[in-house]
Design a protein around this ligand. Sequence first.
Ligand code: IPM
Ligand code: MN
Length: 363
Amino acid sequence: MSKTYDIGVLPGDGIGDEVVREALKVLDAVQSVYGFTTRREHLPYGADHFLATGETMPDAAFDRIRDMHAVIFGAIGDPRIEVGKLEFAIIAGMRHKLDLYVNLRPVKLYHESMCPLKGKKPEDIDILFLRENTEDAYAGIHGTTKKDTDYEISLQQMVYTARGTERIIRHAFELAQKRGPKPGKSKPQVTLIDKANAVRAQDIWTRIFAKVAKEYPGIDTDHAYIDAACMWMVKNPEWFDVAVTTNLFGDIITDLGAMLIGGMGIAASGNIHPGKVSMFEGIHGSAPKYKGQDKASPLATILSMALLLDHVGEAQAAKDLEATVAGLIQSGQIRSLKAGEHKCSELGTMVHDALLERARATR
Ligand code: IPM
Ligand code: MN
């Protein structure tokens, strides 16, 4: 009997609908090649649902998701809604309530034409970012007093727990070990990125990183403060292999990373709790101005689908899907990811067809 996976489908706002539709189109092709099936459950949450019902994302939805294998997610953000409301309830909601402590964000260049840096080639940019996904400034502890007076005070707490810090660092070492050394290197490397020289609370990262590193003598370690890391990312991206960082710094540096590989239209992510239901999304936002125009690139969501497949145990399908996207870029069939260069639906169909073609050729 073929395997069946329960997949939650949460398109969200803006371009979410169209990019998720294309990722599901690609999933249809993947299923037909690899012989598994999916039960897909639509999750209607987002701005329209909130405006119609007053509901952001109810506890019952999280309970449903806990019984699934994975969720494919589009984007959240709508100008009609108070800033941060739905982001906190739905994106942070899933990350926190499902304890998705690993935010996996690969920064991998498929073709030099996609990179704005002079002379950088695919072998120079292949970084696996691990962003801690449940703590730091995202813990939700903030407040304001004496609002709109000269004496206003606004606070937001950066929170680091020993357990939360250790589990993401450990996962980085585990992934580095699994990934093995980069070409030309004898060992894989994990870089810790923090700002412990100024944010002294991040000393906990320094200490736990050193402690965990001792257990992995086969892995090289490196360290960069976040400001310097941004500089090195542009100057010498080839220095990075696996990089682990705090939630807020990880948010920022992975947007920079996205721009090195073709832009927000191709940057994928997984919000993962190893061994449990996890959520997969492009790192881009909802881009409301492109909503419904068939202009946005679905490749970020399609590559997030590849991460989803890997997570549920379809590693070969995941690899082949990524290779299919890479192949379309390397062959020049996908010329650019600028909005409007290719239609959203066209890109989905290209990947769908190329995946089937690849399967026919190799089987
Ligand atoms: C991301 C996004 C979110 C974040 C926003 C929408 C809350 O920028 O997933 O990178 O800051 O984590
Ligand atoms: Mn972000």
